[in-house]
Ligand binder design. Structure first.
Ligand SMILES: Cc1cc2nc3c(=O)[nH]c(=O)nc-3n(C[C@H](O)[C@H](O)[C@H](O)COP(=O)(O)OP(=O)(O)OC[C@H]3O[C@@H](n4cnc5c(N)ncnc54)[C@H](O)[C@@H]3O)c2cc1C
Length: 466
């Protein structure tokens, strides 16, 4: 239906979803497509601006998840659902395949355990790779690899477009979206929840908690304290596009108990990522990089691929995983309260988002929410901001129809004025330059906005003045 800018409606919604990250937006899409009257309440000024924008952007098969967990099941299902949905809607993805590389005898021995775990998770395609083949396929890999496992299904995805596509389809299916509407409390009144928000009260029969790092706080508002979120900081380095030719696959380390470790991966935008670190911190808002973290990444990257770390760094960033005391998602349906918690979605939530949404739909139907039997697709098609398909500046037909698609504003990332205008006029327009970056790639290149910053600031200002 719409992005709510004025007062929030006072009639009761079927469902209020707290949080507009990948999980909240996928849930909103799932419920709205089945006819529920829903509203998403987001504390920030945009969708997808929490952990869903700052991650490693791997489309995981789930081969290395802990067997038997909700995460193992939902990542595998989410992989299928998101792969299919990405093809339908134009979310940039690429199935590059991963190579898990062992650098000592202990890690080499552990590869057999990883392969067995993959099979236990229902993933049958992992296979060991001889050293000669490994170096033939990744000639820039540093010396000393002792063994490797290939996971051909692993891919990369654009997390920005994924979350936006979910939100766009949710709105097209009748969902409402209230930004700058932090939920601060709840009262329950005659079977209806009254959520206190920064923009006034919102009434809903059911509530879904998709508040990411703050999912434990929303759970506490509903009277529960079974889990606590500890932000786990992951620092990442983005290398210049000139480094892209060095890397052909997602290069994974052998994981440890605590983390999947530092990987090297191409991005769908044509850069190369190195990271993430894994450090538990106290502050859920601390997204600063650290000298020690970046130095550790450069050291690890220098061992895995010495030539990579000689390249220029385009950007660094931090993502905060919503880690809890359990190594699994915190998925709890409380039908007695008409409340569902999707908390602690730590390291794999972009991949699992559509499967988590599917689970929420089932849980809510069990709790008595009336949902249509079959989802109705709103047929959303997203602008391509990836490097694998054609971009507007390459599309003569599009330029003929709208000449501004031929006028490049951001030369590093080849973003045109037509794309910027389309994003500013879109159903969920960006609130700021960062939002525009996630919708178009403008400002994301090596010059960091030196060339296009002024024109983009003027475009945002002109829109704000409208
Ligand atoms: C370093 C790192 C690497 C990762 N790599 C991958 C990967 O390769 N592949 C993958 O699939 N996943 C990966 N992930 C995990 C993935 O990013 C997360 O699981 C996913 O983004 C979680 O989505 P979410 O919607 O639960 O949380 P978020 O995206 O954080 O969204 C939660 C939203 O809730 C809002 N909110 C919070 N409190 C309130 C409130 N009181 N009222 C209203 N709104 C509120 C927040 O503002 C936020 O927008 C990685 C994560 C990190 C940190």
């Amino acid at each position: 239906m719409e992005l709510r800018s004025g007062p929030l409606p006072q009639e009761a919604f079927d469902v209020a979803i707290v949080g507009a990250g990948a999980v909240g937006c996928a849930t909103a899409r799932g419920l709205s497509r089945r006819g529920s009257r829903s509203i998403v309440l987001e504390a920030g000024p945009d969708v997808g601006a929490g952990t869903s924008k700052a991650n490693t952007a791997i489309l995981h098969t789930g081969f290395d998840a802990k067997p038997g967990t909700a995460e193992a099941r939902l990542v595998a299902r989410g992989y299928e659902l998101l792969s299919e949905y990405a093809a339908e809607t134009g979310i940039p993805t690429a199935q590059l395949g991963a190579l898990m590389v062992a650098w000592n005898a202990e890690q080499r021995d552990a590869l057999a355990t990883v392969e067995a775990k993959a099979r236990e998770n229902g993933y049958q395609d992992a296979r060991s790779v001889e050293i000669e083949e490994l170096y033939a396929r990744e000639p820039s890999l540093g010396p000393g690899a002792q063994g490797a496992l290939e996971i051909p299904g692993e891919g990369i995805v654009c997390p920005f477009t994924a979350t936006l596509a979910f939100a766009t389809e949710a709105l097209a299916s009748g969902c409402e979206l209230a930004l700058n509407a932090e939920v601060t409390g709840v009262r329950s009144n005659g079977g209806v929840h009254v959520l206190e928000t920064a923009r006034g009260p919102v009434r809903a029969q059911h509530v879904v908690n998709a508040a990411g790092l703050r999912s434990d706080e929303i759970d506490a508002i509903f009277g529960h304290s079974e889990f606590r979120v500890t932000p786990r900081r992951g620092e990442l380095i983005v290398f210049d596009k000139l480094a892209r030719g060095l890397v052909n696959h997602v290069l994974l380390p052998v994981p440890t108990e605590k983390t999947k470790g530092v990987l090297i991966s191409p991005t769908v935008y044509g850069n190369v990522l190195l990271g993430p670190t894994a450090d538990d911190i106290d502050d859920k808002t601390d997204r600063s990089t650290t000298a020690a973290g970046l130095a550790a990444l450069i050291e690890a990257g220098g061992r895995i691929m010495p030539r990579l770390v000689e390249h220029e760094v385009t950007a660094t960033y931090v993502g905060l995983r919503a880690a809890t005391q359990d190594r699994d998602y915190q998925l709890v349906a409380r039908p007695d309260q008409n409340y569902v918690c999707t908390g602690g979605i730590r390291s794999t939530g972009i991949t699992a988002s559509l499967a988590i949404a599917e689970w929420v739909g089932e849980a809510m139907a069990d709790a008595g929410l009336s949902l249509g039997p079959r989802p109705v697709s709103a047929g959303v098609r997203m602008p391509n901001i990836g490097e694998f398909g054609s971009r507007p500046y390459q599309d003569d037909e599009q330029i003929r129809r709208v000449p501004d698609y031929g006028r490049i504003v951001c030369f590093c990332e080849r973003v045109t004025r037509g794309e910027i205008d389309a994003a500013l006029r879109g159903p969920i327009p960006p609130a700021d330059a960062d939002g525009l970056r996630r919708r178009t790639r403008a400002l994301m290149g090596r010059c960091q906005g030196f060339y296009c910053g002024a024109e983009i600031a003027a475009a945002l200002e002109a829109r704000n003045g409208d």
